[in-house]
Design a protein. Structure first.
Length: 95
């Protein structure tokens, strides 16, 4: 899933794997391995990619607020402290 998102970002900007690799100081074969899910990126790698594309690192993860998880009968774990999500959670409204 993360590899697909990296590839989508790259293609959206019209970059080759080689161009992205050079921009973030990795080999193009490593970018290929990430995109094809042959390897998993470290948090540091995701931070570099996010910074390059001017996005938040949480783009790479499927994060739902606790209210969304409750509605879907998923295990309750509150993510509402994550910037940008807290304001949207109805369970986190200020009284």
């Amino acid at each position: 899933m993360i590899g697909y998102k990296i590839k989508a970002l790259r293609q959206e900007k019209g970059l080759t794997q080689r161009e992205l690799a050079k921009a973030i100081n990795y080999s193009n074969s490593y970018i290929g391995d990430l995109e094809s899910e042959r390897t998993n990126p470290s948090i540091k790698t995701l931070e570099r990619i996010a910074q390059y594309f001017s996005i938040e690192i949480n783009y790479f993860f499927d994060i739902k607020c606790c209210h969304q998880k409750q509605l879907n009968n998923e295990t309750h774990f509150c993510y509402c402290n994550i910037e940008g999500i807290a304001e949207k959670c109805p369970l986190n409204k200020k009284k």
